[in-house]
Each structure stands twice: as structure tokens, then as C-alpha cells.
Write a protein that binds this ligand. Structure first.
Ligand SMILES: O=C(O)CCC(=O)C(=O)O
Ligand SMILES: [Fe+2]
Length: 212
């Protein structure tokens, strides 16, 4: 971006009950490491049935490229799979749980309503080409009511949840849980020219599947 993000005062805040925005959660160095890790994961399954893909929903195709970890998010009809055509879904990387733990601890200090930390049993890695986003939806395939921890890298976007708009920049985290766990949300198009890290936007959502 044109001006350094640190000159814009952005503080952790509660967006609505159960939704917390943690700006600049990751340093530039950590952002780069996680983006590299995601790229490596995508490479490791390229050309297989569990490869990163643009899921088909109904008659159309999503704009986001999606890589499933832990459980595979299958569409038409929606279901979660452990393997696809006999190929196991790549596991959730070990460092993800520590990220979720840290994010939840910081989010809970802002709004305890975010609720319990998810046991990260599945993660979706979404890549948005410049200008692309994701329509409003509810994260409904997981039975667990524990929070979703959502990481942003690369180009800026607007995250919309229950009518609230949040500007997400590279390194930001959003947590939504408790009364907001099933809130409708989506992202507008990734803003061209806002990142030197990525030509597009990378999002990672961490979730728990089953209620324990
Ligand atoms: O890209 C985002 O920030 C949101 C992604 C999302 O809502 C999802 O994967 O369910
Ligand atoms: Fe979602």
C-alpha cells in the first residue's frame, strides 16, 4: 500500500457481539512465512483430487480458489469428506492450533462472547485473485459452535458480517463465535494495488468440526 499501515491507528475492537477484529496480528515476517507455507501446501497436492480448486456451487463456480485441510469441503451437496477418490485430505499443519490459541486469547480479552477456542480440525485456505471476493453465506458445515478464526494476507478487502463492514489488511485476524458463529458474512473484491506481498488475497479460516 501507499502509506505504511502502522500510521493508521487500528486497534483490536469488537465489531458486534461475538465478533472481534485484531488488526496487524501478524508481523510482515510471519505473514510471509504463512503465505509461503500455504503455497507449499497447495503445491504438495497439485494435480490430485484434493488440489486447490474453484468449487462449483449450484450452477456456477466460486471466484475463490480453495484448499481444504483436515476435512474437504465438498459442494453439490455440501458435505465434509476425509478423503476424495481414495486420496486423503492433507492434515491441518501443526502450527495452526497455536495461532488459533493466541488469536482467541486476544479476542476474548476484547469480547468474552467469542466463546471457546476451536480445536482446529479443519482449515480452508482461500485465494482470491485481484478484484474477487466471496458472497454472503453462513459457515454451517461444522457442528461445533466454537469460534471461527480467520486470517488475512495480501490485498485489502472489506469483510461484511451481519451488516457491519470491516477493512481487512494483510496480517489482520477476525474471530467470530458465540452469538455470531452463524452470522451471515462475505468479502468484497480484493483491492488491486494494495499489497506488495501478494497479487491477490489469501485467507485461512480455522474451525472445529464436532462438538465435544
Ligand atoms: O475470505 C474471507 O475473509 C472469508 C472466507 C469465508 O468466509 C469462508 O471461507 O467461509
Ligand atoms: Fe465463511
Amino acid at each position: 500500500m501507499l502509506f505504511d499501515a502502522t500510521v493508521i491507528p487500528r486497534k483490536p475492537h469488537r465489531v458486534m457481539p461475538g465478533v472481534v477484529h485484531l488488526p496487524a496480528f501478524f508481523t510482515t515476517k510471519r505473514q510471509r512465512e504463512i503465505v509461503d507455507q500455504a503455497r507449499e501446501l497447495a503445491r504438495s497436492v497439485a494435480g490430485t483430487p484434493v488440489a486447490m480448486r474453484q468449487p462449483k456451487v449450484g450452477g456456477g463456480q466460486m471466484d475463490a480458489w480453495m484448499l481444504s485441510l483436515g476435512w474437504f469441503w465438498a459442494t453439490n451437496p455440501y458435505r465434509m469428506l476425509r478423503e476424495v477418490n481414495g486420496v486423503p485430505v492433507p492434515p491441518v499443519p501443526e502450527n495452526f492450533q497455536a495461532i488459533a490459541d493466541e488469536a482467541m486469547e486476544r479476542a476474548r480479552a476484547v469480547d468474552p462472547l467469542v466463546g471457546p477456542t476451536p480445536k482446529v480440525e479443519t482449515a480452508l485456505v482461500n485465494f482470491y485473485p485481484p478484484g474477487k471476493g466471496m458472497g454472503l453465506h453462513v459457515d454451517a458445515e461444522e457442528k461445533s459452535e466454537n469460534a471461527v478464526v480467520s486470517l488475512s494476507f495480501g490485498q485489502d478487502t472489506i469483510f461484511r458480517i451481519d451488516g457491519h463492514d470491516i477493512l481487512l489488511m494483510s496480517g489482520d485476524v477476525v474471530v467470530f463465535g458465540g452469538p455470531a458463529r452463524r452470522a451471515k458474512h462475505g468479502v468484497l473484491g480484493a483491492r488491486k494495488g494494495t499489497s506488495q506481498l501478494l497479487d491477490g488475497r489469501l485467507n485461512i479460516t480455522m474451525r472445529q468440526m464436532e462438538e465435544v
